[in-house]
Every structure is written in C-alpha cells, then in structure tokens.
Design a protein around this ligand. Structure first.
Ligand SMILES: [Zn+2]
Length: 150
C-alpha cells in the first residue's frame, strides 16, 4: 500500500466535529484531494454521527469551512444516495446530485470535476446525471476519513 497516496485522499463527512484536524492535515501535506459532503446529506450525517446544528446553520458552516479547506486542497463531490439506489426515486437521486453540484458552483464558487458516491454505490441513472454535468465518477481507492486524522 502506498501510504502517502492513501493519506492524501480524504472523505470529508464530519468537519463540524474534526474540522481543525483536517485543516492541519491538508496544510502540512499539500496536494490533498477532499471528497466533501454537501448540505443535501444532512439526514445521512444526522443518522450516522448525530449533529446538533440546524440544517441552515450546517449549510452556513460548510460554506465557511470548505472555503478555507479549498485554499489548501482540491475539493470534489461526495454524495450519499443509498446502499440500494433502486429504492430511491429518480427525482430524489437527481436532486441530491444536482443540489450538491449547485452547492459547489453557487455557494463555494468551485467547478467540480469528480463525484464519489457513498459506499461506492450508484446506478445507471445517477451515473448518467453525473456525466451530463461533466463529472467523472470516482471508483474505489485508498483514502482516509476525516474522523481518522489525529
Ligand atoms: Zn461517505
């Protein structure tokens, strides 16, 4: 395993808990790529980790935090659909991908090039939506979760 490579790709899911550690990590190791959840996955975050911030506060926090994180690393999309994407309507899948994309473009001023689906799980429909936005779908790779960083 290439440890250096593995430590430069980060799945960002809990910046409201461990954001300072991640910022220190990307500042000391330039060239990191961070796949970042957008506000559309608030319910996923609530279910997985719990969050005391309201939806609105969480969005404002992410905008401020990602603007700082983006000064030191390459930010790309991380979107959780479902472990069983056929259980979600096409409208719901489209909304999550589009909202994440628009969050990057409109709120962060970043044009994303890649999308990483949670659990590496997507389906033909969600992949077509992604490609229509010019996004490359990132496959399996070595990575850290932000919450693993000491
Ligand atoms: Zn994830």
């Amino acid at each position: 395993m290439n440890r250096r490579f593995g430590k430069s790709v980060i799945h960002v899911e809990t910046p409201y808990l461990f954001g300072n550690r991640l910022l220190n990590h990307v500042k000391s190791r330039r060239g990191c790529k961070c796949y970042c959840l957008s506000p559309v996955n608030y319910d996923y975050v609530m279910a997985e980790f719990g969050i005391s911030m309201s939806r609105q506060k969480y969005k404002l926090f992410l905008i401020k935090y990602y603007k700082e994180l983006g000064r030191f690393s390459d930010l790309q999309l991380h979107v959780h659909l479902s472990q069983y994407p056929d259980q979600l309507s096409e409208a719901e899948k489209k909304k999550r991908i589009l909202d994440s994309y628009n969050f990057f473009v409109k709120d962060l001023g970043i044009q994303p090039k890649e999308i990483l689906f949670g659990w590496y799980t997507s389906d033909r429909f969600s992949e077509e939506i992604s490609r229509s936005l010019g996004l490359k779908i990132r496959g399996r790779h070595l990575h850290l979760y932000d919450r693993w960083i000491k």
